[in-house]
Ligand binder design. Structure first.
Ligand code: PLP
Length: 367
């Protein structure tokens, strides 16, 4: 029988299939208080106020793994906790892209790290199939992606799809995304970056991972769960063998610092998840309020529809306004010179009073 792993094993760099993974002391014997651990060359003395720091953390903290698998409604052998979605991007690039030989595909304007990690491998090239700008928003060029995938001059191993997308803010159509995922089966991994998924009603693709073995989902606690400082994200795959390869052959041995996993677990304590969800609602309300206010503000040319916690705003003299706000200690993201986002500023939604300040600065600058 052709298992899910059989369907994707040729997409993994061959040496990862052959090599032995590292089995750390922590993997062999989980830590508990009742036993004496002399197996990891740790210092037995802890320092005052730093109790427990003398021990290596669990490679994949069991409690957090359980909690995150529950949060995303997947099995524990389908998820690998990473240091943010950023590390997840690096890991999937390492798994799939043979340096100097194979390519990745991105759909600019999109998140810059995909290309940086590919260039760092280095991938042979980064194939760009830009999003189509029409009807005041951005669409996936699914036919363009399919053509690129089949072009004899390309050897694409990874396709990055980001929805909601950064920096455009919008969801890509579920049907277009599905179309690309289905077409890429057996040809390339599709990495669905759902970093901003909690800010939209569009369903997550996590529910389809068993249907599509070549689909890998990236999630993070950074944005919607206010945890950017703790660096906790994950890779989700419907193929447990791939999870094992990531955990034992690609990741560092003890990647998740104890402090980060303990902090992340607090999200799941009674009431905290509710507060996080209320905060998400607050940000969505702020998004709607800001769109209304910006719509009647002089100098604003277009507000791109957003399903994320930021707005892409096209404005007159965008770079000058960015500098003006900077001089008042309000820092935005100036992408007014980047291809596809000409004259645009990316504005993260802040607290209501921070957003009011942005509106006041706009009024002062443009009248
Ligand atoms: C699309 C996208 N993916 C991944 C990341 C990285 O997120 P994390 O904080 O989980 O590393 C970001 C951060 O801005 C992002 O916008």
């Amino acid at each position: 029988m052709n298992t899910a792993f059989d369907q994707i094993s040729h997409l993994i760099r061959p040496h990862f299939l052959k090599m032995q993974g590292y089995v750390s002391a922590g993997m062999l014997a989980g830590k508990d208080e009742t036993r004496i651990f002399l197996n990891a060359n740790e210092n037995p003395f802890s320092l005052p106020g730093l109790e427990g720091c003398n021990r290596y953390p669990e490679p994949q903290p069991a409690n957090l793994l359980k909690a995150m698998a529950g949060l995303y409604d997947v099995r524990q052998d389908q998820i690998t906790i990473t240091r943010g979605a950023d590390e997840a991007i690096k890991l999937v690039t390492q798994i799939a892209v043979e340096p100097f030989t194979e390519d990745i595909l991105i759909t600019p304007p999109t998140f810059g790290i995909y290309k940086v990690d590919a260039d760092a491998m280095p991938a042979r090239k980064v194939v760009e199939v830009p999003l189509l700008k029409k009807q005041g928003t951005f669409f996936l060029n699914s036919q363009g992606i399919k053509n690129a995938l089949d072009a004899p001059s390309n050897r694409i191993k990874l396709i990055y799809l980001t929805s909601p997308n950064n920096p455009t803010g919008n969801n890509l159509s579920y049907d277009d995304l599905t179309d690309v995922i289905q077409y890429a089966a057996g040809k390339a991994f599709v990495i669905m970056d759902e970093t901003y998924a909690e800010f939209t009603d569009q369903p997550s693709f996590t529910q389809t991972i068993t249907e599509h073995p070549h689909l890998i989902i990236l999630r993070t606690l950074s944005k919607s769960y206010s945890m950017a400082g703790m660096r906790i994200g994950c890779v989700i795959s419907g193929v447990p063998e791939l999870t094992t390869i990531i955990r034992t052959k690609v990741m560092e041995t003890y990647p998740i610092p104890r402090g980060s996993s303990e902090a992340a677990l607090k999200i799941f304590e009674p009431g905290v998840l509710d507060i996080a969800r209320q905060n998400i609602k607050k940000l969505i309300t702020e998004r709607e309020r800001m769109v209304k206010a910006l719509n009647i503000q002089n100098g604003i040319r277009h507000i791109y529809p957003s399903d994320a916690n930021f707005l892409l705003v096209e404005m007159e003299r965008a770079h000058d306004f960015y500098n003006f706000a900077l001089s008042r200690n309000v820092i935005m993201r100036d992408i007014s010179n980047a291809k596809g986002t000409e004259n645009c500023i990316r504005l993260t939604l802040g607290t209501p009073s921070e957003n009011d300040l942005v509106l006041a600065l706009l009024k002062e600058f443009y009248g």
